[in-house]
Design a protein around this ligand. Structure first.
Ligand SMILES: [Zn+2]
Length: 373
């Protein structure tokens, strides 16, 4: 794996300022559409005159962030892009809250909201007893909360109560609209339906970042993309909304991948990679997680399923601070699905059977994960 760190682009900043705040800008959008039976142009603006920046295939899914002149704005390989709406079929809606959403209620009047996790940080506001905020994350004794204006602030945990309020999909005011064939497939399964869950698949590398290079010049970026496409099919069959950070051989920075995950209210983020090592005998697969509170259970569920279904040596679950999982607000894991520098692993990895097994294994792992929550 080779990660390239870049500065945050103006696009990433635009995304952060526009879409971080579900209570503000999200009310009128978040609908999920599927492309019908044709290849569809993706354009840089809401006009047939605007340059074509990509293509969508039949079955691809896009999320609407806003609508203009019969066009919807979505993201295509990490960039803002537009698609003509009349070629799309609405199949559902993104959940606006994370399944593990927690609220923080302030217990004392005149409680300081600070710019960082500690009393040494300046107060940026004040809060009264009973005020409730969405919990973003916790560091030590401090909660990061989302303020009414969409900004983040920090409050001391000993001055607050925290309460988890998981909101089941069926109770949401914005009910999930289902395509008939998806309803049929989800009711025929004994396992937990993934209806209403937003899964983000992240095919590692892409574009100028080829990732590792294996035997016969095989490029990691191409293998991760092919695997992710197959995995996406399996997870969609189980009812989930699946978004990929890239669907083509395009370069997407690590920051953009994490921004996309935050924008989509991702319930689980799965980054797909292949490993490489100078010693060609190195082989097998790993699952990596970073946060013991938000990521470890997902890692155990998915890795357990992979180990039982996929014919590669089990190298176990490891904790590592890879950027796409370390800075991700969603439960997130990174998979290294074998070594492309090992002849036996590569022969297995390049089969359709392997990709199907990985797709089934990740789907089952996600079902077990959400069932246990
Ligand atoms: Zn990699």
């Amino acid at each position: 794996m080779k990660f390239i760190y870049t500065i945050i682009t103006s696009i990433a900043l635009l995304l952060a300022s526009t879409f971080f705040f579900p209570s503000e800008g999200y009310a009128a959008n978040g609908d999920v559409y599927q492309v019908g039976g044709m290849v569809l142009n993706v354009r840089s603006d809401a006009s047939t005159e605007a340059p074509v920046v990509g293509k969508l295939q039949a079955g691809d899914q896009v999320v609407e962030f806003q609508e203009k002149y019969g066009w919807i704005q979505t993201y295509y390989d990490g960039k803002e892009a537009w698609v003509a709406k009349h070629h799309l079929r609405k199949i559902g809606q993104m959940k606006r809250v994370q399944a593990n959403e927690e609220n923080v209620t302030v217990k004392a009047n005149s409680t300081n909201i600070r710019s960082g996790p500690g009393t040494s940080y300046p107060a940026i506001g004040s809060s009264s007893s009973g005020d409730t905020y969405r919990l973003q994350k916790t560091e030590g004794d401090w909660h990061q909360i989302v303020l009414a204006n969409g900004e983040y602030g920090w409050v001391a945990s000993w001055l607050t109560d925290t309460k988890g309020e998981p909101i089941p999909a069926s109770n949401e005011s914005a009910a999930t609209v289902q395509a008939p064939e998806q309803q049929a497939s989800s009711t025929s399964s004994d396992l937990t339906s993934l209806d209403g869950y937003n899964i983000m698949l992240d095919p590692g590398h892409g574009g100028r970042d080829s990732g590792a290079v294996g035997i016969n010049g095989v490029q990691e970026k191409m293998v991760t993309l092919a695997t992710a496409h197959e995995v996406a099919e399996h997870i969609r069959d189980a009812g989930a909304n699946v978004i990929m950070t890239r669907t083509n051989d395009n370069y997407i920075s690590l920051e953009e991948r994490v921004e996309m995950s935050d924008d989509y209210f991702t319930h689980a983020f799965v980054s797909i990679h292949y490993n490489a090592f100078p010693d060609p005998s190195a082989n097998g697969m790993n699952t990596f997680y970073y946060s013991q509170t938000t990521d470890q259970q997902l890692a155990e569920n998915v890795h357990g399923s992979l180990a039982s279904k996929v014919d590669l040596q089990d190298r176990g679950i490891l904790r590592e601070g890879f950027r796409v999982i370390r800075t991700n607000n969603a439960p997130s894991i990174l998979l290294e699905l074998g070594f492309i520098t090992n002849a036996n692993d590569l022969a297995i990895i390049q089969t359709d059977t392997f990709k199907q097994q990985v797709g089934e294994a990740i789907t089952t792992g996600l079902q077990n994960y959400f069932q246990a929550k």
